[in-house]
Ligand binder design. Structure first.
Ligand SMILES: [Fe+2]
Ligand SMILES: [Fe+2]
Length: 165
């Protein structure tokens, strides 16, 4: 089984490609097709991290509580921007503003996650645990295909940490 951090980084690469594809979309239909898939993937990814990665990091990381507060706060900003985009016609100025907000928040978040949270996680998670969480990651995506049985609501970062530490 793959290491969970490899799976997370695969998703991150897919997000960067998805945002780049929007740059080349030729009409609203293409924008919608690219954005709907990307937005859903971003939302499911955040839920998967909050269900599988951060509960471990918050307990075992050197700076797990602070990293988790940051991450859940970032996930909220990304979720909010995605929700905002859905209120506007695809390709409108307001739609683009929301999509760019999601893109900027996401780029900033990926850098923090890859340079702070994941390195901290790796220091405290051996190969066996990483593979076990990788298995749970795959299962989560299978159980929640197309976002089934998930609701994409913001979470209180401090409350999340209190609940999981
Ligand atoms: Fe991530
Ligand atoms: Fe994240």
């Amino acid at each position: 089984m793959d290491d969970i951090t490899a799976m997370i980084m695969d998703d991150h690469a897919a997000f960067r490609r998805g945002f780049a594809r929007l740059d080349d979309a030729e009409d609203e239909q293409e924008l919608l097709a690219i954005w709907e898939a990307l937005a859903l993937h971003l939302d499911i990814h955040a839920e998967a991290e909050e269900a599988i990665l951060y509960p471990h990091l918050v307990r075992h990381g050197d700076d797990g509580e602070a990293e988790t507060v940051d991450a859940v706060g970032d996930h909220n900003k990304i979720r909010d921007a995605i929700a905002e985009s859905k209120l506007h016609p695809v390709g409108s100025d307001q739609w683009w503003a929301a999509v760019w907000q999601a893109r900027r928040e996401n780029s900033e978040h990926l850098a923090e996650e890859e340079d702070e949270a994941l390195p901290d996680f790796r220091r405290h998670a051996g190969a066996e645990l990483r593979a076990e969480l990788g298995h749970r990651w795959l299962t989560f995506y299978g159980e929640h295909k197309n976002g089934r049985n998930l609701t994409f609501h913001d979470k209180d970062p401090q409350g999340y940490v209190r609940e999981h530490r």
